[in-house]
Design a protein around this ligand. Sequence first.
Ligand code: SF4
Length: 689
Amino acid sequence: MKPVRTTCPYCGVGCGVKATPGVGRAVTIEGDAAHPANEGRLCSKGTHLGETVGLEGRLLHPAIGGKRASWDKALDLVARTFARTIKEHGPDSVAFYVSGQLLTEDYYVANKLMKGFIGSGNIDTNSRLCMSSAVAGHIRAFGEDVVPATYADLDEADLIVLVGSNTAWCHPIVYQRIQAARRQRGTKLVVVDPRRTETCEDADLHLAIRPGTDVALMNGLLAHCRDQGLIDEAFLGQSVSVPDGFWDGLADRDLWSTAGTCDVAPADLRRFFDLFAANPRTITLFSQGINQSIRGTDQVNAIVNVHLATGRIGKPGAAPFSITGQPNAMGGREVGGLASTLAAHMDFAPGNVDLVRQFWSAPAMAAKPGLKAVDLFRELGRGKIKALWIMATNPAVSMPDAGAVRDALSACPFVVVSDCMVRTDTLAYAHVALPASAWGEKDGTVTNSERRISRQRPVFANPGEARPDWWIISEVARRMGWKSPFAYDRPADIYREHARLSTYRNNGRRLFDIGHHGAISNPDYDALEPFCWGGTPFADGRFPTGDGRARLVSVRQMELADPLVQWPFTLNTGRYRDQWHTMTRTGLSARLSAHRREPLVEIHPDDAADLGIADSGFARLITAQGESVFRVQLSDGQRHGEAFVPIHWTDQQSTGGRTGRLPRPLVDPFSGQPGFKSTPLRIEPLVTE
Ligand code: SF4
């Protein structure tokens, strides 16, 4: 059999995969040397994809009330119940909660149905939990959600600063690329992370800053750049708006005060500043340590400010670079899959609403943003949302305060779950379960962290009665009475429509534009090669704002309160190298599971000694939201007072080590992204008989 060129379904690196089907569901996996994102490399998760495509644990038939039902009955019930709920309680009484696992075509159809035909903004995505602070920061600074770098910039940088990112584990192929640049070019590497992770092992410098002091660090760096004459005055004059009082806000940020706030040695901070001064080709790559914060957007803008003020943007090897966690978080951003955006990188400005209304011939356009994820589930718990459709995600585990989310799902009159797996805790709350296609069956496009659109192509036929998400959503729309707007026969029909919409402009410039594919033929869509939209953003010094100028944003370091006696620790959450999200797929691979067989809480040895806990002993982790028991791993890479746990284990896999119920549901005020990395915590030793 010939190999199928497709894209890995895990992280936002978006590696190209060659999948050669064998007998039955067997498949041989290798990296696609022709894909620019990975040039043939694959990490452990990608390499072992073939072990996760069997039919074990697959949802293969529609079900109503847990009993097998026909597609017709299930779809009719979903359409009828949503229509009745909208009629009785209005369009804002229903919601979709979708996922960065969906393909762009799936996302597009879901967004069109909710925002154009149901008439509500209530479609939000689990990408809200992952990168929405980067979206908000980009829009504040650039006027549009544009990532200004590609992976090729990593090859051309002289200094790479990784902030809040365990890249070696969470984006391994990006990390390998950084290592290659270090070998070949001597690129310097600085890691800023409160934890000493595997990513720090190869770094020139690790700054283990006090958690939550990223704004102080970046403002201190910016003040240093000003004092050393590194500000690019010509670029600022031509291309950047500087708000009144911006520089005054940095007055107290000298090296010593910054080192004190961040709790790092002044000599280390001086080294970082010197490296930054000496290497204008700088990439600052950031991820969840920046985004998953109640000040995430300010943290993003603190990083972007430094790049704008020093002119390190729009040039090879120089940019701030947000990398996404999920395979198609970026595709969701492009279609408007966030409650805060409308479609095709447009917000809810009245002119945009009218444009999209005309384009879709929409009968009931949403005129305002909908509920963001945390608010959405809060309103679900209050009874305001009466019908919810969850697509390809597991909020009963992955949302902060997941216990309250479960209570809300229990109380909701009508919950629909479309998923490819039965091993999700969320499926237990479904009144209607709809079997969706999985990786290896899906057909469409995804966009990775560098704005590269790639094809996911089918390797197998859909098993059982599984169907593509776009088909399921379109069938419900048609049964709600909107036949011709959702008369799609294939993903290419949707992609062409999405591409045409991307050319619509209310006013000004927008970089997201794939209009050249508005009439792409079916064969050309099938053969589509990976490509980045947006070219080299901002190379001409022009930004997609009204006046063409980017904006520096005044951001201040928030006051950090000392821990309360009741909650002396801070809970931090993250990923293991070989698991993906709630392990519904990676948990099927024995080899991937062998890397870490159980979830561990990592704490500093001195803290463990104070608590009377030995290495490999058990501890109970208690927050205001819930509690769970973990085995303890002592690690002097943890700061005092901090505890780190993985996000992966669920009720399905374990009786302990379940993180989901622990994080608090506080969010960033601009992005609505939850602050997963700073939940007040108490740790108690668990004495076993
Ligand atoms: Fe897949 Fe990410 Fe690994 Fe690439 S780096 S193979 S996209 S999990």
